[in-house]
Design a protein around this ligand. Structure first.
Ligand code: NAP
Length: 434
């Protein structure tokens, strides 16, 4: 028998479990450990609440969790309730699939002012992540600035723009929905430090901004490079996205709210009297793909600043960290003997949910190469973990427990919404009678 522990129950963790479960069948036991009592990581807390079709991938993970040789072990913080060293002693292989839940810092003056938040916090707030339930973002200033030209920036701008009707069918948490409906933000400026040809926005997500009920995108045609240069874009998706920007510039719409695309705009500092009031921006130009400051500055008013510039993995004792890349040190997924990283913990925060599948399968095949199917490592595995947790009085949750929490969330849903997420882990445990 072989015993494997996967730390993190997001997409990368589940794809790895799926691959290991298929490869080893009944000759392995796989524990997917999560610090929260509930599974799915990024799917539950990162994917936008109005993108329910993307969240449906959890149906596939559910099947994995219900396999005979797989267990979900929630409410167990690795690095706290149990150490990585202990896990490596108990299991034949440990796979870090923690994702990258922390915000990268902007590193500019004023970042610490009230009203400046990272996207992990802001997205976590409207997605019901327990760590960010109390965020209380200022939505009363009229202006918001979103820093970054990726899909997360688009998610944030869209969530700040939608009407109550447009949130129907979503699972945005009630506390965020009510705050957003009382918001007085009418201008959302997306600051992109480079130009339209350097965006990391995909056409589906960008296209959505052009179809909002009360908000219209605003693109300055002067920022767009000559149309014929789009043909040289090797990435067809990017060419399509730039095409959408051209359409936004050519067909301006008049609506109550505006999402301004401010290209060639690098944030220099955030200013205000005890709270964010404006972002001081430097105009840039792009030279050889790099952004170069021109020295010309201007102010963008903003009571709320959301930086959407990428994420980093958590520091956990016993896991070597690559500080420059904000992820675990690894060589093609291998950290050490019997110790691996997958997904964003391996590659950094890039790619779609599907990108994690080959990642997980690759690490599973590295494990299979090192430990033949049918071999025995003599490790204690899940039983050993259970005794440790019992000694330490840690109330782990199972997939059956998650089913009970899920049923309570579904029962509490607003009309038309799939669920009202329970935000407080203590309440989840109360439902389970722990
Ligand atoms: P991202 O795609 O890497 O975009 C980050 C953006 O931040 C880039 O435009 C980058 O500009 C900018 N940036 C970085 N540092 C900056 C700084 N110091 N000042 C100003 N701007 C800065 O990251 P993301 O938007 O967080 O998305 C993460 C991953 O999740 C991506 O692969 C994304 O596609 C995916 N995702 C997908 C969906 C979806 O499919 N619906 C939704 C959300 C996220 P430079 O290019 O100039 O560095």
């Amino acid at each position: 028998m072989r015993h494997f522990a996967i730390v993190g129950s997001g997409p990368a963790g589940f794809y790895t479990a799926e691959a290991l479960a298929k490869a080893y069948g009944d000759s392995a036991r796989i524990d997917i450990i999560d610090k929260l009592p509930v599974p799915y990581g990024l799917i539950r807390f990162g994917v936008a609440p109005d993108h329910q079709s993307i969240k449906k991938v959890s149906g596939r993970y559910e099947k994995v969790a219900e396999s005979e040789n797989v267990r979900f072990v929630g409410n167990v913080a690795v690095g706290d309730a149990v150490s990585v060293e202990e896990l490596r002693g108990l299991y034949d292989a440990v796979v870090m699939a923690t994702g990258a839940p922390h915000d990268r810092k902007l590193g500019i003056p004023g970042e610490e002012l009230a009203g400046v938040v990272g996207s992990a916090a802001f997205v976590g707030w409207y997605n019901g992540h327990p760590d960010f339930a109390d965020l209380d973002p200022p939505l009363d200033a009229g202006h918001a600035v979103v820093i970054g030209a990726g899909n997360v920036a688009l998610d944030v701008a869209r969530i700040l723009s939608k009407t109550r009707v447009e949130f129907e069918g979503s699972d945005i948490v009630g506390h965020a929905l009510e705050r957003l409906m009382g918001s007085s933000i009418e201008t959302i400026t997306i600051l992109a430090r480079r130009g339209p040809h350097q965006i990391a926005m995909t056409p589906k997500e960008l296209g959505e901004l052009g179809r909002l009920e009360e908000a219209a995108p605003d693109v300055d045609a002067a920022d767009l490079p000559p149309a014929e240069t789009d043909e040289a874009l090797e990435d067809r998706g990017l060419a399509k996205s730039v095409g959408l920007l051209r359409q936004f510039a050519a067909e301006p719409q008049e609506k109550r709210k505006t999402v301004v695309f401010d290209f060639f705009a690098r944030p220099l500092r955030i200013e205000g009297d005890g709270k964010a009031e404006r972002v001081v921006v430097e105009e840039t130009r792009v030279e050889g793909g790099k952004c170069v400051g021109t020295g010309k500055t201007y102010d963008v008013p903003s009571g709320l600043v959301v930086s959407c510039i990428g994420y980093s993995s958590p520091h956990i004792p016993g896991v070597p960290y690559d500080h420059a890349k904000g992820r675990y040190e690894n060589d093609e997924g291998r950290i050490d003997e019997g110790f691996f990283a997958v997904g964003w913990a391996r590659r950094g925060p890039t790619g779609t949910i599907g990108t994690n599948r080959p990642d997980g399968y690759d690490v599973a095949s590295q494990i299979e190469e090192a430990m033949a199917v049918g071999s025995d490592g003599g490790k204690a595995g899940g039983e050993g973990l259970d005794s440790l947790l019992c000694e330490r009085d840690v109330a782990a949750t199972s997939f059956t427990d998650w089913r009970k929490i899920e049923a309570a969330e579904e029962a509490a849903a607003r009309a038309g919404s799939p669920r009202e997420k329970i935000v407080d882990p203590a309440e989840m445990l109360r439902i389970l009678g722990h």
